[in-house]
Design a protein around this ligand. Structure first.
Ligand SMILES: O=c1[nH]c(=O)c2nc[nH]c2[nH]1
Length: 574
């Protein structure tokens, strides 16, 4: 069993209207899942450690005692306290990585096969865990954040095209249909060459992970082998992903088209066969059916893909483009003799929960109603919509109708690979819409952040697994370490965790605190006398404000350089 204990502040989205700021917490992650969370004051580390039987890993007794002693000598500074903390850990033989992560390994009941530790993972993956009974290895990793740092849920990119990354930044003077023909299809054709695909895809996954994307919904190309390769790279690198082999059996260049409807369906089956459990929500990397858009698919192909999806339980997810550009909308309606673009997908059984619709810029109100009724989600791609002059998506209306909305970088329609930039463009677009319409509201910080995390998870059907830090969810997280000038933190804004016990008297130190898990997320500390409780509340409010400031600065000015670590399902991937 492996356990990680994260100590420090965190920020997460608890709904599309609410961000929770937790100034200090202890999060236990076991086998990639959040086992428990305690929101507390730093001085309560010992109490929590005792209650959960993890005290020996936290090595609190010495540290806490020293901290209390230090408190009585006001002149000692934060660095000195931190040094004492590290010293006390060194005494107990704990090891510290360069990044400050502490590793503690204890072996229990190890009577046979002592040398087998490193195979634990492999063995458990291959289902041979029984062989290991009697030599369970307990590994506990303690990750204590520095004063300025905080955790944030991993970012979710609900729409991007991995093979188009080499084109990022090109073609901004073209609009969709011409852009596809002149730049995009010629680039995607190159992925029949596996070496080329490998070179690009390795870098795509590396760079997106480094920008904090822990989950990505990728379009690949029409080629089975290179699409499978992308899935393997995601699996190996530990990025949670949906991988779509594109379906295109018409209106595509002669050198980049599938020869027939049946071969398109056949190669879709072949692609899916490479995934051991294609529809299992527990798989880290999953296939997603990808009719590119109505224009490049015949009606027979759309029907065939709907049947493939329904032949799985739960049905395989679907992603496609909808209503991005006015010429595209007109052509799609004409090809299908349909009154609306959305109706095309609906009439082919493709519109439902688990369908991700990218763009949705030019929807009529009746189309929004249909999407809401069917439970499909929308990937909002503002950078791409601006770059290809597609238009402004009316996200406020989508959200107000209860439609799940996530963010899509949509490379290379969008030129920026990071979800943070997309979030900023989403804000700009919504404000520009508000300039033009009196009384129109624009997207709040809470809504924008939710789209990048919890809302994105909902669009992908993963809201019960990821998107925020809730007990039972998988631990996909970013360790934010402010480094850029925009995130410079003045002394007065430093998080105040080192002032352990400030305002406490001896009596309150000795007191046993009882935590209650309050619904509103406030630190549920009871059993302490009035003075201390009042002080604690004050501390919490003050720290929350500082954390909020820190978080918002990161959201609007931060980038890859502010990421000190990225975890997916508890595995450190950056
Ligand atoms: O932004 C887009 N990128 C694409 O690759 C694409 N294909 C169809 N429609 C599309 N829109």
């Amino acid at each position: 069993m492996s356990q990680q204990i994260f100590i420090g502040p965190y920020v997460h989205s608890i709904s599309k209207d609410k961000i929770e700021y937790v100034p200090f917490s202890i999060i236990s992650v076991v086998k990639g899942k959040i086992e428990w969370i305690e929101k507390c004051h730093p001085s309560q580390l010992k109490e929590v450690g005792e209650r959960y039987g993890i005290l020996k890993y936290l090595n609190i007794p010495t540290h806490t005692k020293k901290d209390y002693e230090i408190l009585e000598q006001d002149e000692l500074d934060v660095d000195h306290r931190r040094q004492l903390w590290h010293e006390s850990q060194a005494q107990d033989g704990l090891e510290e990585d360069e990044d400050g992560t502490l590793h503690v390994s204890t072996s229990t009941k190890r009577s046979i096969n002592e040398e087998k530790d490193d195979d634990d993972d492999v063995l458990s993956q291959s289902g041979k865990q029984e062989e290991h009974i009697g030599l369970e290895r307990v590994e506990v990793e303690v990750i204590r954040l520095d004063d300025d740092e905080f955790l944030c849920p991993g970012l979710i990119d609900t729409h991007t095209h991995a093979p188009q990354f080499p084109n990022n930044g090109l073609g901004g003077s073209l609009q969709l249909l011409e852009w596809l023909e002149k730049l995009t299809f010629p680039e995607e054709k190159k992925y029949e060459d596996l070496d080329y695909a490998k070179r690009v895809y390795e870098r795509v996954v590396e760079r997106t992970l480094r920008s904090g994307t822990t989950t990505s919904c990728y379009y690949a190309t029409i080629h089975v082998e290179s699409s499978v390769l992308l899935a393997r790279i995601c699996e190996r690198r530990g990025q949670r992903a949906f991988i779509g082999k594109c379906n295109m059996d018409r209106n595509s260049p002669p050198t980049y088209i599938e020869p027939s409807t049946s071969s398109s369906l056949q190669s879709t089956h072949e692609f899916i066969s490479h995934f051991p459990s294609p529809s299992s929500p527990t798989s880290l990397v999953r296939p997603i059916l990808t009719p590119r858009f109505a224009i490049s698919c015949t009606s027979a192909l759309l029907h065939g893909l709907s049947s493939i999806s329904n032949s799985y339980s739960p049905p395989l997810p679907i992603q496609t483009h909808l209503s991005e550009n006015p010429s595209e909308v007109e052509l799609a309606k004409k090809l299908y003799n349909s009154s609306t673009y959305t109706e095309i997908y609906h009439s082919h059984g493709l519109l439902r929960k688990g369908t991700i619709l990218a763009h949705c810029v030019h929807l009529e109100p009746s189309e929004r109603n249909l999407i809401a009724e069917c439970g499909a989600g929308v990937s909002h791609c503002p950078t791409s919509n601006i770059n290809l002059l597609s238009g402004s998506c009316r996200v406020v209306e989508l959200l107000d109708q209860g439609i799940p909305v996530g963010l899509g970088t949509d490379c290379s329609g969008g030129y920026s690979i990071g979800v943070l930039n997309t979030l900023r463009d989403a804000s700009t677009v919504s404000r520009c819409l508000a300039f033009g319409e009196k009384g129109r509201r624009w997207l709040s910080v809470e809504e924008l952040f939710a789209m990048a995390t919890l809302g994105g998870a909902e669009v992908c059907g993963l809201q019960d697994r990821i998107g925020n830090f809730q007990v039972g969810k998988e631990f996909d997280a970013l360790r934010i370490c402010p480094t850029s000038p925009g995130m410079w933190v003045g002394e007065e804004d430093k998080l105040d965790w080192s002032d352990v016990g400030k305002g406490f008297n001896e009596q309150s130190h000795a007191q046993s605190f009882h935590f209650s898990k309050s619904e509103n997320g406030a630190m549920g500390v009871s059993g302490i006398h009035g003075d201390a409780k009042g002080w604690m509340k004050e501390w919490e409010e003050k720290e929350k404000e500082k954390l909020k400031k820190r978080f918002e600065t990161w959201l609007w000015t931060g980038d890859d350089r502010d990421l000190a670590g990225v975890w997916v399902r508890g595995r450190k991937v950056v």
